[in-house]
Design a protein around this ligand. Structure first.
Ligand code: IVH
Length: 671
């Protein structure tokens, strides 16, 4: 046998064993026998590089870096899924499906686990992998083909001849064991560890050097197909389709199940929840799909995703760990909250070492003590929280925590505010923690957006006495010489910083209102206030009755806003800001614009605008931007991740638009 023949034989053998290992999950040879075959092929290719074909399995270790990722427009958009929480919502989905199809009997569903990784689109032309792309904004992703070629479970060539084009979709994940191994190695090298397997996988897929992707040992599992331009005949059910995809050489998870009716689906969800800890990778729920493809086609899509599928999300994940300490933290408004310091524990997709304990009342009710084994919970992206102690594991003599009487930062006597459980430090003017947090909030992106004035910089300038309160930001221009002398500053960065500060003087009114850091006034309430009052002058004079009469403003917010403006110090601070040249741009409202009389609600992640920018645009064109959907809403503009607001719009029959459709409504030149 010539070396060329031997190399060809080894390539076939290695791919066959890869298939048996990753797709069939029944390896025919040991790992070391496999390594021997692999090594032999590497040696042959090294001795004669002409033997190394692009589809050689040795190419899975990556190739030389590329400059940047090219955009890849998906042949068929990659949409998202609606969510359901719990059995009742799954049954409600089943009712919607039956209504949509006009059937009374059972509908069969194909159910799968929902892998927690990143979605990947793989295009094969005449059975050969030509493009691998990320989801991106659903319409256009990034071409990451060299990286995908290092991922286990992505065949370079299909096992069967499929003429024309077929797009296979699925999820790239990092196995928990790989995640732990890589983090052990990184910690040993004093490198930053990965937060969770999903981040490690998606970061891995976005490396310009595919050799760096290869070392992350990622896996691909398929969950469906996208574009189909082939003469091959495709099966008529989702279940058979997945078997067909498997026969092409893709791993399909064996947890997949065909359920005859919704009762079986609910049982399946429970069974998956039970097996969740023992699965080799993270999952965040179950995906339920109408099995019959003809029925899928009859149901079609909404702006967000298919009507024939739903993601059933699991309740928050919990874990046990030890409470090592309780510390008291002072926030922007002086509220003092207990923070739990925990022995690091992996829960809900991240390693948690700090969690909130809300307030002292909550802490007492839960009766958690330092040294306790506690239950920690994390759901989605919310801050992890301590649920409670495991009393049986409490060591003798564990003491109840005591509420502080003095501010842990400035030492002032803490006060209890009527109607609130929180303790507060009243020293808003000079408590370092509060001043720092206030400044950081004022300059943050959603507020005055002053680039170059980050957390660290603020801390340093506070320490040096160059900053003391919000107006002092606008006095920094008189301290140019001192600033230039600071370490890591220099002429250019000082020029940039001072320019950014100057520029911020003309931010829109809502940004300034948000930046003031009034309790309960988030960016949306700030936008409502700016719209209703039009100018800072009017808002400064606002009384409770006027505030409470506004849509979206309740008694808690109204009294907090009124009280804030009643404090003399705050009024003095505003005067000072105005005298230093801060002159917020008042929201222009045109009653003749194309959106006059129309109310918009934006929800989900917008790709082209920041939400506040889109809202301001609507207002400029005469419309209204609201925070919640009601029968008065005319349009809901939904981006990826839209949830309950979009659902409500559908229930109320409010028109839902994609971001692209919204863009098309804008008159030329309005952007
Ligand atoms: S089906 C039209 N099945 O979840 C969308 N998606 O929330 C059809 N995912 O972008 C997707 N496991 O990346 C489907 N078994 C599974 C899945 C799954 C994970 C991801 C996928 C999608 C996202 C939707």
């Amino acid at each position: 046998m010539s070396s060329a023949e031997r190399a060809a034989y080894l390539r076939r053998e290695i791919e066959r064993h890869n298939y048996l290992y990753f797709v069939e999950e029944s390896p025919a040879i040991s790992d070391s026998e496999f390594d021997k075959l692999f090594r032999e092929l590497v040696d042959l290719e090294e001795a004669d590089p002409s033997l190394c074909t692009p589809d050689s399995p040795t190419q899975r270790v990556g190739v030389t870096p590329i400059q940047k990722f090219e955009p890849h427009r998906h042949l068929v958009p990659m949409l998202s899924l609606d969510n359901a929480f719990g059995g009742d919502e799954v049954r409600a989905f089943d009712v919607r499906v039956k209504k949509g199809l006009g059937v009374e009997g059972d509908v069969a569903y194909e159910c799968e686990i929902k892998l927690d990784g990143l979605s990947m689109s793989l295009t094969y032309v005449n059975s050969v992998l030509v493009t691998a792309a990320t989801r991106g904004d659903g319409t256009t992703g990034e071409n990451v083909t060299p990286n995908a070629r290092t991922v286990r479970g992505i065949p370079f060539r299909l096992e069967k001849e499929v003429p024309g084009t077929i797009e296979v979709r699925g999820e790239v994940v990092m196995h928990k064991s790989v995640f732990e191994e890589l983090n052990r190695e990184r910690a040993a090298r004093s490198e930053q560890v990965f937060v969770n397997p999903r981040n490690a996988a998606s970061g891995g897929m976005r490396q310009l050097d595919s050799r760096l992707t290869a070392v992350r040992k990622l896996n691909f599992y398929s969950y469906g197909i996208g574009a189909v331009q082939t003469s091959a005949k495709l099966p008529g059910t989702q279940y058979q389709l997945m078997q067909w995809v498997k026969s092409l050489g893709f791993p399909v998870r064996k947890e997949e199940k065909l359920c005859e009716n919704v009762d079986d689906v609910v049982k399946y969800c429970e069974s998956v929840q039970a097996m969740r800890p023992s699965l080799p990778f993270g999952i965040d729920g179950v995906v339920v799909k109408v099995n019959d493809i003809a029925q899928q086609e009859a149901l079609g899509f909404t702006a967000r995703g298919p009507r024939w599928a739903i993601a059933v999300k699991f309740a928050a994940e919990q874990a046990f760990t030890v409470l090592e300490a309780i510390e008291w933290q002072v926030g922007r408004t002086g509220v003092v909250t207990p923070v739990a310091y925990l022995q690091p524990v992996y829960v809900g997709g991240v390693t948690v070492s700090r969690a909130t304990l809300h307030n002292f009342d909550d802490l007492s009710k839960k009766d958690v003590r330092v040294g306790d084994t506690v239950i920690v919970q994390r759901a989605g992206d919310v801050i992890p929280e301590v649920i409670g102690p495991v009393i049986e594991k409490r060591r003798k003599g564990a003491k109840k925590p005591v509420a502080p009487t003095k501010c842990p930062v400035c030492g002032s006597d803490l006060v209890e505010q009527e109607g609130y459980v929180a303790l507060r430090c009243p020293n808003s003017k000079s408590c370092e923690a509060q001043v720092h947090a206030k400044l950081a909030h004022f300059v943050s992106r959603g507020a005055m957006d002053i680039e170059g004035l980050g957390e660290k910089q603020i801390e340093r300038l506070l320490e040096l006495g160059m900053l003391s309160d919000v107006p002092s930001i606008y006095r920094l221009k008189d301290k140019r010489d001192e600033l230039v002398k600071l370490e890591r500053m220099g002429e250019q960065s000082v020029t940039n910083l001072l320019a950014a500060i100057e520029e911020s003087k003309k931010r829109p009114l809502d940004r300034l209102i948000f930046g003031l850091g009034i309790r309960f006034v988030g960016d949306r309430t700030a936008a409502d206030l700016a719209r209703e009052f039009g100018s800072l002058e009017n808002l400064r004079r606002a009384d409770y009755d006027k505030l409470i009469s506004l849509e979206g403003i309740g008694p808690k917010v109204a009294s907090e806003v009124q009280e804030w403006f009643e404090v003399e110090e705050n009024q003095a601070m505003l005067d000072e800001l105005l005298s230093l040249g801060v002159s917020p741009v008042e929201t222009e409202v045109s009653s003749e614009g194309v959106f006059a009389g129309k109310t918009f609600v934006f929800t989900g992640k917008l790709e082209r605008f920041e939400r506040s920018v889109a809202e301001r645009l609507v207002m400029k064109l005469g419309g209204k931007a609201a925070g919640s959907v009601s029968k008065n809403t005319d349009f809901v503009v939904a981006g990826p991740g839209a949830g309950s607001k979009l659902k409500k719009a559908e229930q109320l029959g409010v028109r839902a638009l994609s971001e692209d459709e919204f863009l098309k409504m804008l008159p030329e030149g309005s952007l």
